[in-house]
Design a protein around this ligand. Structure first.
Ligand SMILES: NC(=O)c1ccc[n+]([C@@H]2O[C@H](COP(=O)([O-])OP(=O)(O)OC[C@H]3O[C@@H](n4cnc5c(N)ncnc54)[C@H](O)[C@@H]3O)[C@@H](O)[C@H]2O)c1
Length: 246
């Protein structure tokens, strides 16, 4: 796989799965734009990316803000002249059972995890249409496919991402744009390291391969979807979950 000279945007690329994706795409030769709220973490990941011999650029923004997405895309075009790959990855969770979930928990998770993805696809799609090429990869979750106790907001947003992926794949297909989603199962990131050990153990027990996934497992699949090896795949949702869903 070779992404030399490509420009890739990774939202939430400062840490966790996003940082692993950014580093993998950089390893394959792409210049990387990280869009994140966390300045310190973003600049640390940027240094690692630059050590791989490619360019890196950080935009500090809240992905749920429509105008900030437009501004970010304009500044990336100024810097790199083009965009080839968009990885929508930034996400949050604010869990609670439905009878206790507040309006704020619902709105924040939907605004970041679903509207945030729309914002960047909306800002970039005229560019992809014009250049008649592009790759969009949306990180969803197996919980968007099966639901999850205590995560009605998160699972709804993640299910929404799947509808968004399939619709945009239909709309942009004739412009040679591939739009796919990756659905991770449980992945060992900072968020999971701090989780209740009982919850962690119960989730790990569902995984037929008997181990937690690593961020690099997601990054490898995203790299495939960002490359020409997957040129005839679009509107697809690929689970990367060690069999947790089955
Ligand atoms: N870790 C898992 O087990 C798991 C499983 C399934 C899906 N996912 C999905 O993978 C993606 C990455 O998860 P992670 O575990 O690496 O999470 P993480 O919390 O470690 O990282 C998320 C990143 O997104 C950024 N971010 C959050 N809200 C933002 C906003 N409004 N604007 C800009 N940046 C923002 C954070 O600053 C952070 O850098 C998420 O979409 C998550 O839902 C994770």
């Amino acid at each position: 796989m070779n992404l030399k000279g490509k420009t890739a945007i990774v939202t939430g690329g400062s840490q966790g799965i996003g940082a692993a994706i950014a580093l993998k795409l950089a390893e394959l030769g792409a210049n990387i734009v990280i869009i994140d709220r966390k300045e310190k973490e973003a600049s640390e990941t940027t240094k690692e990316i630059e050590n791989l011999g490619v360019k890196s650029f950080v935009v500090i923004a809240d992905i749920s803000n429509f105008q900030e997405a437009d501004n970010a895309v304009n500044s990336i075009i100024k810097e790199f002249g083009k965009i080839d790959i968009l990885v929508n990855n930034a996400g949050i969770n604010m869990d609670g059972v439905i009878w206790k979930m507040t309006e704020d928990q619902w709105d924040k998770v939907i605004n970041v995890n679903l509207k945030g993805y729309f914002n960047y696809i909306r800002a970039i799609s005229p560019i992809f249409r014009e250049q008649k090429s592009g790759k969009i990869i949306n990180i969803t979750s197996i919980n968007g496919l099966r639901g999850k106790f205590g995560q009605s907001n998160y699972a709804s947003a993640k299910a929404g991402i799947i509808g968004l992926t399939k619709t945009v794949a239909k709309e942009l297909g004739k412009y040679n744009v591939n739009v796919n989603a990756v659905a991770p199962g449980l992945i060992e990131t900072e968020m999971m390291k701090n989780a209740d050990p009982v919850v962690r153990e119960a989730a790990t027990a569902e995984i037929v391969l008997g181990r937690m996934g690593q961020s690099v497992d997601i990054a490898n699949t995203v790299a495939f979807l960002a490359s020409e090896l997957s040129r005839h795949i679009t509107g697809e949702v690929i689970k990367v979950d060690g069999g947790q869903y089955i």
